[in-house]
Design a protein around this ligand. Sequence first.
Ligand SMILES: Nc1ncnc2c1ncn2[C@@H]1O[C@H](COP(=O)(O)OP(=O)(O)OP(=O)(O)O)[C@@H](O)[C@H]1O
Ligand SMILES: N[C@@H](Cc1ccc(O)cc1)C(=O)O
Length: 452
Amino acid sequence: MFGRVFVRNLATRCDVLHVLRERGLLQQISQPEKLLSETLKNGQKIKLYCGADPTAKSLHLGNLLPLMVLLNFYVRGHDVVSLIGGATGKVGDPSGRKTERDVIGDNKRQENIDRIVSQFKRFFTNGLKYYQAKITTQDTPGEVTYRNNLTWWRDVRMLDFLATYGKHIRIQNMLSRDSVSSRLQSQDGIGFNEFTYQILQAYDFHHLYSNEDVSVQVGGNDQWGNITAGIDLINRISPQATKARPAFGLTVPLLTTSTGEKFGKSAGNAVFIDPEINTPYDLYQFFINTTDADVATQLKIFTLLPLETIENIMSQHALSPNERFAQKRLAIEVVDLIHGVGKGNDANLISQILFGGSSIENVSAAELIRVSNDNRILNKIHSSTPLSDIVCNLTNCSKSEFRRKIKQGSLYLGPDKVKVADDISDFSPYLIDGKVLLLRTGKQKCYVIECL
Ligand SMILES: Nc1ncnc2c1ncn2[C@@H]1O[C@H](COP(=O)(O)OP(=O)(O)OP(=O)(O)O)[C@@H](O)[C@H]1O
Ligand SMILES: N[C@@H](Cc1ccc(O)cc1)C(=O)O
């Protein structure tokens, strides 16, 4: 539906910090920031990492913010590492939480790890394809690798760890971090497990810095304490190395709801990127409902469209805000980025079918079946089933309610929306390609039915 965008000023490796700042994806950078921006300006390649704990089956839209930072670096030639917290997930990060986390069993945690790692992989694969399909640049991507911190924590022995690293970890600093100090003041305090969490994340950064050349850790702004704990540890352990190659932290602003709550699992308001939990159409619906005040911000954060294109979208939107042009474009772009190029248009088609706005005349039955199946809105019936049974089944109504609907003239069949006057079981005049029946009940609700 929307073609490739030509980027006039090619965004190269060196512009990335500037790009992130313009897109509203930067909250804090550790010092000496100038050194990082100079390294980038000199065209040097860097390696960055971001981690997520396996505390749920799926990543959510909040987690995408730091991942969008990694993606912005990756498509422009930098290397990125996506880390799953197989070890840290056992302990539980107290950052931003008022209470201790519930314990997750080993099997459940492993299931979450497997799913999140596949989501990471899909995110970077689809994100790169999205960038290459939509934007003409000469950038060659960097490399992406996936790590589980259990692979190094498994071999760490407590006595060795305390002897080698213990003296470099300062209790004062640990106590002063927000994640700890806020919980110390609460009635239940904080357990030793959660108190030590920052050490685990600090050591991860040190491990990746020393063994894999990672020099930047990215996270949501609630991760600032854990990230700076890592920088402190690296500086203490490798003072010489950090002179030539300092370790940096970079945080993104927290995505919040209209009431100011962090958008995520703990707050119970997450929209997940796993299509088994939230379909591409659910994601589309979430973004279609973006307010006019937020839509430009979301286009900058959740897409890779150049700012110039976003300005054009907003100018077109301003001509007739009721048509929600910018929201539609945002929804299509995000679904394309997360679920694959083309899936945004599929979700848009579902929206047209369900809300009945535009005509869907040129869509084949095979296409309708594919798209509806992907988005879990496909219903199946045997072709001789009477309409009354279908309606009662789908809308959970009684036979007398069905008759009332007919009397009121609120049932329509087929793409031409022919009003139903009777209970029928021969749908052939209304079928698309002899296979798919569209049933509308009232103005709002439409069902896609495959006749078997
Ligand atoms: N709403 C958000 N806005 C920006 N970044 C976020 C948001 N939610 C999570 N993140 C970031 O995503 C990364 C991974 O988060 P993780 O999955 O471990 O926890 P979480 O989603 O914050 O979970 P919880 O809600 O249970 O605390 C972290 O860097 C975190 O700061
Ligand atoms: N503490 C991070 C996840 C994480 C785990 C280990 C790391 O090395 C980095 C990040 C969070 O809960 O959001």
